[in-house]
Design a protein around this ligand. Structure first.
Ligand code: ADP
Ligand code: ASP
Ligand code: MG
Length: 415
């Protein structure tokens, strides 16, 4: 008898019928003797609807109130799922994040989980109930409701699995695993049987929304056995078949000869680039530019400082597109202080990345990538590399083309 956490995403919870299917699946696992915790998302479209409602009243909604509103979608889901389970004769109980409680910091709309009290959940598990806990939300030190950022139910599920020392966390979604790239963009994308934790971390941080990055961080930190699989298979398929399907995140490197050099292509449409032109080329300039950006709580991704000429230099970096205008505003206010000539930006860019632990032992991946993009006439605006990834910033109109040709050039469409 194992302790298992299931997470179901918005599409999987998208209608009464789908919720009843989730209940059938969970009841099957419970009937096999497992102790079950389930973490559902809001029904698909619901979080968007709630955020849009808030924006009708305030163009830039008050973050605390926005979290109060956005968190309600998951509360509906847990209640409905508990009812669907009870209707099947499976004892179940639902909890919000603040009832557990899931404690977070106070960074509304992107809060981080600090701790999870497992006492209440354990007591219900001991009493034989399926425990259903809202994804995406928590409570801060002062009792305010917080949310964990879009896609945050993945993180709730893995964090709860870590807190309970669960045997496995199964992330049920609308694809049957992690693919070599988003199958919506490249239909030839293939499902990976396994992906290393490091690769999954890079894929998630570079924009593959199949898992929220913090969920992967939790999985790595607490060694949570995590699998991504489909919620759209018939709920009554044999448990053993289901338990071995999808993609397993592994903690060992595959050292076999067949290990692909590149495991996947990730992309991110949410990027924007800012360039500070003609700043004095002297020590401390990066700090002077990025200090105020950090003080405004804006995350910076790629950074490039060009070679100086005539005592000045240009400095570019990328931020999330939702923070583009805020970042431009911050820099305009310090422009004269840092002695910059001009601040320009471009929010019609995207980032495309090739990821693979095999890169460590195979030189020449970068040049293959750059040649392939050059042959398509795609200009590279920024480049950044790490041991297991190469990222480029390109005009967003080339996103699909770039992902498709890279997927092909690295042989990812071949089994
Ligand atoms: P959920 O609502 O279940 O959390 P998401 O929409 O957040 O589902 O994530 C699943 C989606 O992630 C898929 O429908 C797919 O379009 C997208 N996706 C992006 N990159 C990948 C990838 N490499 N493998 C699989 N799915 C991916
Ligand atoms: N409902 C939240 C969202 O749409 C959290 C999640 O689905 O993971 O972002
Ligand atoms: Mg998701």
């Amino acid at each position: 008898m194992a302790l298992i956490v299931h997470k179901y995403g918005g599409t999987s919870m998208g209608s009464v019928e789908r919720i009843q299917n989730v209940a059938r699946r969970v009841a099957k696992w419970r009937a096999a003797g497992h102790r079950m915790v389930v973490v559902p998302s809001a029904m698909s479209g619901e979080t968007n609807r709630l955020i849009a409602l808030a924006r009708e009243i305030q163009a830039h909604p008050d973050p605390r109130e926005l979290d109060m509103i956005a968190s309600t979608g998951e509360q509906v889901s847990v209640g409905l799922l508990a009812m669907a389970l009870k209707a099947l004769g499976t004892d179940a109980i639902s909890y919000t994040g603040w009832q557990v409680p899931v404690r977070t910091d106070s960074a509304y709309t992107k809060a981080r989980i600090l701790s999870i009290d497992d006492a209440r959940v354990r007591a219900d598990l001991d009493a034989g109930r399926v425990v259903i806990v809202t994804g995406f939300q928590g409570i801060d030190e002062l009792g305010h409701v917080t949310t964990l950022g879009r896609g945050g139910s993945d993180t709730s599920a893995v964090a709860i699995a870590a807190a309970l020392k669960a045997d496995e966390c199964l992330i049920y979604t609308d694809v049957d695993g992690v693919y070599t790239t988003d199958p919506r963009v490249v239909p030839e994308a293939r499902r990976l049987e396994r992906i290393t934790f490091e690769e999954m971390l890079e894929m998630a941080s570079l924009g593959s929304k199949v898992l929220q990055i913090r969920s992967v961080e939790f999985a790595g930190k607490y060694r949570v056995k995590t699998r991504v699989l489909s919620s759209l298979t018939p709920p009554d398929i044999p448990l053993q078949v289901e338990a071995n399907s999808g993609t397993l995140i592994t903690f060992e490197e595959d050292t076999s000869m067949e290990q692909a050099v590149i495991s996947g292509i990730a992309f991110n449409r949410d990027e924007a680039k800012i360039t500070v032109l003609g700043v004095p080329d002297r020590p401390g300039i990066a700090f002077q530019i990025l200090g105020p950006i950090a003080d405004a709580n804006i995350d910076v991704d790629m950074i490039i400082q060009n070679v100086g000429h005539d005592g000045t230099t240009d400095f570019s970096f990328t931020v999330n597109r939702s923070e583009y205008n805020k970042a431009l505003g911050v820099l305009e206010s310090v422009k004269s202080h840092i002695g910059a000539r001009e601040i320009v930006g471009d929010n019609k860019i995207c980032k495309v990345s090739a990821v693979g632990v095999g890169m460590r032992s195979h030189p020449g991946v970068a040049s293959q990538m750059f040649r392939c993009l050059a042959e398509e006439g795609i200009n590279l605006q920024m480049i950044s590399t790490s041991e297991i990834k190469i990222s480029v910033v390109v005009d967003e109109k080339y996103l699909e083309l770039a992902v498709r040709v890279l997927h092909k050039t690295f042989g990812l469409d071949q089994a």
